[in-house]
Write a protein that binds this ligand. Structure first.
Ligand code: SF4
Length: 744
């Protein structure tokens, strides 16, 4: 089902998966075969690709690729028989199957039902759920469509599951959120890198090369309850025996106590007089409050809460301080990832990490800093252009009158007609089909049935909707519940832009034409807007370059300012050997901004804000009946809900089924040998998988990756408790019981 070549000999583009956006070249094949993938030099990957990238073209030709619009048979009038092939993945005895229909039939039906639900229950009865993998152009068009055509406040996206806490923490401290406010390659010169809850070696393998300098200097520190592949990099001997053993550190705190560890590190920095006093005085506010708040987190107390040896904590604080510019070091970075952010204390932990970095005088200095490692493919751009419940394009707040006026002028609408902030993702999903809640949901680029917490409840809410419309490339678990499924283009079939984890705006290009009747989401939104009576002045262009030009105008003057960019400029830059431009790029002559904060922070007084936070612990503590911690995470071979990577035979062979890692001591105690079937039970539900013994996990903790659905979906067990500031769910820790699955 892969589409035909576009005729180009070789297309330079980027991997469709994570935010490293590794450079690759696609050589289209003759006929329907998938294009050949080759790595390409780009600053983040420097010619490397992981297994997912190498095999990414297989998804283009997935055997069950959606190629025609599908509608539930019962919604068609007159009733079918409808000719056409059976729908891939549909149960054989589905009483109300999805059947293929012409585009006009599907779009007319969607528009008629949306209009009726909006008229009867108000515009907030229609909700939109976007994705962090959508191109900048699609994310922008989706936000505009929701707020001007549907006029609903209820739009949010799956980035709420991965970047919301980092975004909230950075916005509060720095006045802007760009995951890495410096190029990733800057890490290469650092003497020390503190990785809080990030497993780069497994999630973004080519990124590990940027840690080589810190590793060689004995300055790589990994905080993770598991001895992950990245933690092993810190403490295992280097492959070259001449380089000697790494002097790095792995701290393995009790799940849910990372915040106490970071507070303890800052306590030591202050207690031992290691802070950069001059920097704090000149460039920050709030230090006194923070100093008082960490006074109670002396290392022995942290040890009693988090199980991290007090002396190791002191060693790490001294190692970081020695690497800081104030002490003549070569540079230090503090980086956070999902391991500490996907928590009810996520924003507080990011804030504590930023406090630590500020106390050491790191942000806004070349060769040092704080950053958050964005995960999803367009996780950075996806949160800048208006598909987030509280944001307008240009990364502006939706409750800012000046931002509303600017964006409304670009859109040609009355600012007062724009809705205010909507519900963040988890609350939005919980509210579906409840009294006063949305009765229709449009899903774009997200598979919430697998990726959202408390998955059984999500399925229940989706089933209760009057209308579920899913735009997708394959029959994902969410698409299979839909009333209407619309087949849309994917990465190598469309033109667009992405923004990397370091704020670098790049072009992704079409190498093959889409198969069957597949259409771009930009076209789908334009067709729905027309059917819903949008005036001709409210434009929904279908040419991505045209959409980008409008996005650039809408972003002008905002924190994420793309005003000086266009597809043509990005193409010309790349043709001249440039690897994209970092925002802000306020005009056509501006060279981009690889490093933020060098001259000050974009806050009202130009200073970064330290904010006092405290550790209270996770929402779901271990207790009798649920005596073990569950930590969830990823494996190298699969991406997110697995909707794409489970369709790549080479990856599926390597990790064919879900598994639970448990310590041999725990396995022995519970009568669960390596390879046994194990059941995890929480207050929300249960999941079953195969036991894998490993001493990389703590004896009080089990680990399970989240890439599977059905009985192997760990998100049936996770809690939907959320961070009070960011709305981010607490995927990283909950309390479970661990039992054998009875035979038969
Ligand atoms: Fe690179 Fe990420 Fe793609 Fe792997 S999945 S090739 S690390 S962009």
């Amino acid at each position: 089902t892969s589409g035909a070549s576009t005729g180009a000999d070789r297309v330079d583009s980027h991997c469709p998966y994570c935010a490293l956006q590794c450079g690759m070249s696609l050589t289209p094949a003759a006929g329907p075969a998938a294009p050949e993938v080759r790595p390409r030099a780009f600053p983040t990957n420097r010619g490397g690709l992981c297994q997912k990238g190498w095999t990414s073209a297989a998804v283009l030709g997935a055997p069950d690729r959606l190629t025609r619009p599908l509608v539930r048979r019962s919604l068609l009038d007159p009733a079918p028989p409808v000719p056409g092939a059976p729908v891939p993945g549909a149960p054989a005895a589905d009483a109300d199957p999805l059947v293929p229909v012409p585009w006009d039939t599907a779009l007319d039906l969607v528009a008629t039902r949306l209009a009726a639900l909006s008229a009867e229950h108000g515009p907030q009865a229609v909700a939109v759920f976007g994705g962090g993998g959508l191109t900048n152009e699609k994310a922008y068009a989706l936000g505009k469509f929701a707020r001007t055509v549907l006029r609903t406040p209820n739009i949010d996206y799956n980035g709420r599951f991965c970047m919301a806490s980092a975004a909230a923490g950075m916005n509060r401290a720095f006045g802007v959120d760009r995951g890495l406010p410096f190029p990733l390659a800057d890490l290469g010169g650092a003497q020390a890198v503190l990785l809080l809850g990030s497993n780069l070696a497994e999630t973004m393998p080519p990124a590990v090369q940027h840690l080589a300098g810190a590793r060689a200097a004995g300055g790589l520190v990994v905080v993770d309850p598991r001895r992950s592949a990245t933690a092993r990099l810190a403490v295992d001997p280097a492959p070259d025996p001449a380089a000697g053993p790494s002097q790095g550190v792995h701290l393995a705190p009790v799940p849910g106590t990372d915040l106490a560890v970071v507070l303890g590190l800052l306590h030591v920095v202050l207690a031992e007089g290691l802070a950069d006093e001059a920097y704090l005085a000149a460039r920050t506010t709030g230090f006194e409050d923070v100093a008082r708040s960490v006074a109670a987190w002396w290392p022995e107390r942290v040890e009693s809460v988090a199980g991290v040896p007090a002396e190791e904590l002191r060693r790490v604080a001294r190692l970081l301080a020695a690497a800081a510019p104030a002490h003549g070091g070569a540079g230090a970075y503090v980086l956070t990832g999902r391991g500490v952010e996907q928590s009810t204390q996520g924003t507080a932990t990011v804030t504590a990490a930023i406090n630590l970095a500020l106390a050491l005088g790191l942000p806004g200095r070349v060769g040092s800093g704080y950053g958050a490692i964005t995960g999803q493919g367009n996780g950075q751009g996806g949160r800048e252009h208006g598909q987030k419940a509280d944001q307008l394009p240009g990364y502006r707040r939706i409750d800012d009158p000046a931002a509303r006026a600017h964006v409304a002028a670009v859109w040609g609408v009355d600012p007062d007609s724009l809705p205010g902030p909507g519900l963040p993702a988890v609350r939005l999903l919980r509210s579906l089909a409840t009294p006063g809640g949305p009765r229709a949901l449009l899903v774009h680029g997200s598979n919430v049935v697998v990726s959202a917490p408390d998955a059984s409840r999500v399925v229940e809410r989706l089933r209760a909707l009057d209308l579920l419309v899913v735009c997708d490339v394959v029959p994902s678990e969410t698409a299979r519940l839909a009333h209407v499924v619309l087949p849309v283009t994917q990465w190598a079939e469309e033109e667009g832009t992405l923004t990397s984890l370091e704020g670098r705006v790049i072009r992704r290009r079409a190498a093959v034409s889409p198969p069957g009747e597949v259409r771009s989401e930009l076209w789908v939104l334009a067709e729905l807007a027309r059917r819903l009576g949008a005036p001709a002045t409210l434009a929904f262009p279908t040419d991505p370059a045209e959409v980008f030009d409008e996005l650039a105008r809408a972003s002008a003057g905002g924190p994420a300012d793309y005003a000086g960019l266009s597809h043509a400029r990005l193409d010309a830059d790349e043709a001249a050997g440039g690897p994209g431009l970092h925002w802000p790029v306020p005009d056509g002559d501006h060279p981009g901004t690889p490093r933020l904060f060098l001259d000050g922070f974009p806050t009202p007084d130009g200073r970064a804000r330290l904010v006092a936070v405290d550790h209270v612990g996770p929402s779901d503590e271990v207790r009798p009946g649920a005596p073990f911690y569950l930590v969830t995470g990823r494996v190298l071979q699969h991406y997110q809900s697995g909707a794409q990577t489970h369709r790549v035979p080479d990856l599926e062979r390597l990790v064919p089924e879900p598994y639970v890692e448990l310590h041999p001591v725990l396995g022995f105690r519970l009568g669960l040998p390596d390879g046994a079937r194990v059941r995890l039970t929480s207050a929300r539900g249960e999941v079953e998988a195969t036991a894998r013994w490993t001493d990389a996990v703590r004896p009080d903790t089990v680990f399970m990756p989240f890439h599977w659905s059905g009985a192997g979906s760990v998100n049936r067990v996770t809690t939907d408790a959320t961070d009070p500031v960011s709305g981010m769910p607490e995927f990283k820790v909950c309390a479970v019981d661990v039992t054998p699955v009875p035979d038969g």
